[in-house]
Design a binder for this molecule. Structure first.
Ligand code: RP5
Length: 166
């Protein structure tokens, strides 16, 4: 059912979770996109192995707290997105963070290779911008304001490419 409330009147609709403070920089593009689209969001540093109880509580309460999508970023043995997805019915978008040891291949495979039953929508390594755009696309079904903004955004991409031709 489409929402009649303006986005600016909403409480946070997207929860961005990070496995570590060291993931902050790679997640900046997601924050930028959500700001550009006027989507209220909150950011939580909660680790699946260092603060498992807090991470699970946050995930379990996310929907009743009004969130519509969770973006979870993690690197290395990146189990945060999968664990979070197991505790909520909300869509979870995983961002594999580029790791030092394996350049993010470990993070990518840990997040994308979820066994059947609990899906995590996985974007590219350090693909924070696309994670936010996917969250916007998911929410656009409910928020007509977002749908219009997404259409304009796509148009601007088209224009940028066409304008590069002289
Ligand atoms: C994961 O381990 C985090 O998501 C981070 O990408 C990685 C390394 O964390 P730090 O040791 O830098 O805190 O939990």
């Amino acid at each position: 059912m489409p929402s009649k409330r303006k986005l600016s009147e909403e409480r946070p609709l997207v929860g961005i979770m990070l496995g570590s403070v060291s993931d902050l920089k790679q997640v900046e593009p997601a924050k930028d996109i959500l700001k550009e689209f006027g989507v209220p969001f909150e950011l939580k540093i909660l680790s699946a192995h260092r603060t498992p109880d807090y991470a699970m509580k946050y995930a379990a309460e996310a929907e009743s707290n009004g969130l519509e999508v969770i973006i979870a970023a993690a690197g290395g043995a990146a189990h945060l997105p999968g664990v979070v997805a197991s505790k909520t019915l909300l869509p979870v978008v995983g961002i594999p963070i580029r790791s030092k040891a394996l350049n993010g291949l470990d993070s990518l495979l840990s997040i994308v290779q979820m066994p059947a039953g609990i899906p995590v929508a996985t974007v590219a390594i350090d693909g924070a911008a696309n994670a936010a755009l996917l969250a916007v696309a998911i929410m656009a079904a409910k928020h007509p304001e977002l749908r219009a903004k997404l259409r304009r955004y796509r148009k601007s991409l088209e224009e940028k490419v066409l304008n590069a031709n002289v």
